[in-house]
Ligand binder design. Structure first.
Ligand code: SAM
Length: 328
């Protein structure tokens, strides 16, 4: 699948649920309205869709959410998708808040998952509870430990938040280094109404990088996962630091991905509203060639990129939908 700007689409992110057991302050309002369960694709429908994408050239699948590991029966889907590894699919992975990892890490590894991203914004348990509202750090750290023990490679994702975790990145980099984990920092993006003020939260990573460079030897790295992060080798730890900077540096030129929601809506860009309803197409016909034609037609509309802005004059969400709909 090649889009109008010559980018080959090889990566599908699937949000398997919009529900989450955390309520991170930059991601969701505390009082969220979630989709009625009847609107969700079944696990079989998600598998059918994923299969169509793999036949069309997708080589990497990432399950996300909401929190993917709180969807009932999700391991059945992981096991089924895992069977496609080596048959068109190179990699099956997931992004998780880690709360259920202690329970599932071994099963994920057995299904063929090799690396996972775990979102941890702070290593301070009090702050962690405040940021996630409902999350508890010890439970997440147990999960991370289980993932490591199961042989999964772990990358820690942290959203950089002004005045909240901005002075913790040295400590987080040291902890990740000691654990053998890469650390990826993300600028907060203006998606969905939240209770707070995004301008108050926004911290440019150009500044964070400058500060980290005072204590760490950061060398730009060629390492690329096909994602938007720019990586630096950290000489002192032998691990990497990734920076995802949608606000200070537009990362769309190399975009190789599209995003499917748990209701079968395909978003061709994280930062634009245009979408294709694949649920309707899929439920109207058992013929996968019809589904594949609908996917191709959607890819033909993939936009050049997003134009997120956060400043005093643009202090509204760029998009109405929350990150939990598309899963980051
Ligand atoms: N529940 C899983 C987790 O916590 O990783 C997967 C879904 S979560 C929406 C995926 C990632 O998006 C997390 O790393 C989260 O911190 C990040 N995220 C959520 N809202 C964001 C926003 N407005 N700007 C930047 N990153 C955001």
């Amino acid at each position: 699948m090649i889009d109008p700007f010559g980018r080959t689409i090889t990566y599908l992110r699937i949000s398997v649920t919009d529900r989450c057991d955390f309520r991170c302050v930059y991601c969701m309002a505390e009082d969220m309205n979630f989709l009625p369960k009847a609107d969700l694709l079944s696990l079989e429908e998600l598998e059918r869709l994923a299969g169509a994408f793999v036949r069309l050239g997708v080589r990497k699948l990432r399950l996300t959410g909401g929190e993917p590991l709180v969807r009932r029966g999700v391991m059945a889907l992981v096991n089924r998708l895992g069977l496609q590894i080596g048959h068109g699919l190179d990699e099956l992975t997931l992004t998780t808040n880690g709360s259920q990892l202690a329970r599932y890490a071994d099963e994920l590894a057995a299904a063929g998952v090799r690396r996972i991203n775990v979102s941890i914004d702070t290593l301070d348990a009090v702050k962690f509870a405040a940021i996630t509202r409902w999350g508890r750090l010890p439970q997440v750290l147990e999960g991370v430990k289980a993932a490591k023990a199961a042989g999964l490679r772990v990358k820690i994702n942290a959203v950089a938040l002004k005045d909240v975790n901005e002075h913790e990145f040295d400590a987080m980099l040291a902890w990740c280094g000691a654990q053998g984990f890469d650390l990826c920092l993300i600028e907060t993006m203006p998606l969905g109404e939240i209770d707070g003020d995004r301008m108050e939260q926004y911290l440019p990573l150009s500044l964070v990088r400058q500060r980290l460079a005072a204590n760490w030897t950061l060398t730009p790295s060629d390492y690329a996962t096909g994602g938007p992060a720019r990586y630096f080798d950290v000489a002192e730890t032998g691990t990497r630091l990734g920076l995802i900077t949608p606000l200070t540096h537009n990362f769309c030129e190399g975009c190789n991905r599209v995003r499917l929601t748990c209701t079968g809506t395909l978003y061709m860009c994280l930062g634009q509203d245009d979408a294709a309803d694949l649920r309707g197409v899929m439920r109207a016909s058992d013929d996968d060639t019809v589904l594949e034609a609908a996917i191709r037609a959607a890819i033909a509309r993939k936009p050049r990129g997003h134009d997120f802005v956060i400043d005093r004059t643009h202090n509204r969400p760029a998009l109405a939908r929350h990150m939990s709909v598309t899963g980051g």
